[in-house]
Design a protein around this ligand. Sequence first.
Ligand code: NAG
Length: 350
Amino acid sequence: MNAVPSGVCFYLSVAICWLTAEVDASWWYMGTLGSQVMCDNIPGLVNKQRQLCRQHPKVMQAIGAGMKDWISECQHQFRAHRWNCYTTARDHSLFGRLLLRSSREVAFVYAVSSAGVVYSVARACSQGELDSCSCDPSRTGSSQDARGSFDWGGCSDHVEHAMRFSQAFVDARERKERDARALMNLHNNQAGRKAVKRFMTLQCKCHGVSGSCSVRTCWSAMADFRRTGDHLRKRYNGAVQVAVNQYGTGFTAAHAHFKRPSKNDLVYSEDSPDYCVRNQDSGSVGTAGRVCNRTARGADSCEVLCCGRGYDTARLSRTTKCECKFQWCCAVHCRDCHQQVDVHTCKSQT
Ligand SMILES: *[C@@H]1O[C@H](CO)[C@@H](O)[C@H](O)[C@H]1NC(C)=O
């Protein structure tokens, strides 16, 4: 029986251990094992997290279910780069040894994962899946925006609650160890949470005589997670390299002419490896076998992506719908067209 996961996730962000649990299918045993046993067997949780897990097993489930969303957002943002947010379910760490580093990429992973936790908890609250929260209770009565006054109605996402829970749970690990890396992880976690709140939008319904919109009911809703992903990706580009000050309480910019990081900036301290070749120590899986674009000039060009090792080309035949004709009434008929496409993949190291 492989009901409970084993292994450790030292130093890894908490959410990452949750996926481990999911991969090992322990979710499906939750009913029989109960939350106590489940929480006790998730590797890598610190005591405070185990306690929260036992108290809020459904919240944990929401976090676990939301993981694939922030992972695929991470992979979307870096799809054309040497580091492409590759995850592996083979060991218990999801990102290999990558997260032992303090690189820009790790800063992004911490930020996007804690943003993902906020997003999935708030969504689960709104959808009535949790006993501990629902819609934002403070959004009652009436209020005003640029277009005038409106009544709060519908379900406003309770993002404040989700941020508090995420902070208590995700940050618990870093609060145990007060070192430079913990300080950076906490900062990037918070930057990620703030990125979700930043894109809350007011959504409204019009009422009144023949849609005159003289009366509006509105609710505050989180934007699509893509907005958060795009924002954090920009923050990754402008991430600030820092050193921890001599008291271990805050950051100083690593270089005199660099700006000091704001609360919304991502921070890192270590230069990144080039991610060209597989290297377990740096958590790099290398770019061998990655599909590259021969005519592009950017990061996904074969030149850059393959790190000068060259590429293999395979000619594949692809079937697409073509010569589609509309027929009265009402059908569309297409032909199957066969197309030859060349797919280029990076060579491995020779
Ligand atoms: C390759 O890059 C070119 C130029 O940027 C672009 O027009 C083309 O769509 C890309 N091809 C693929 C398969 O992505």
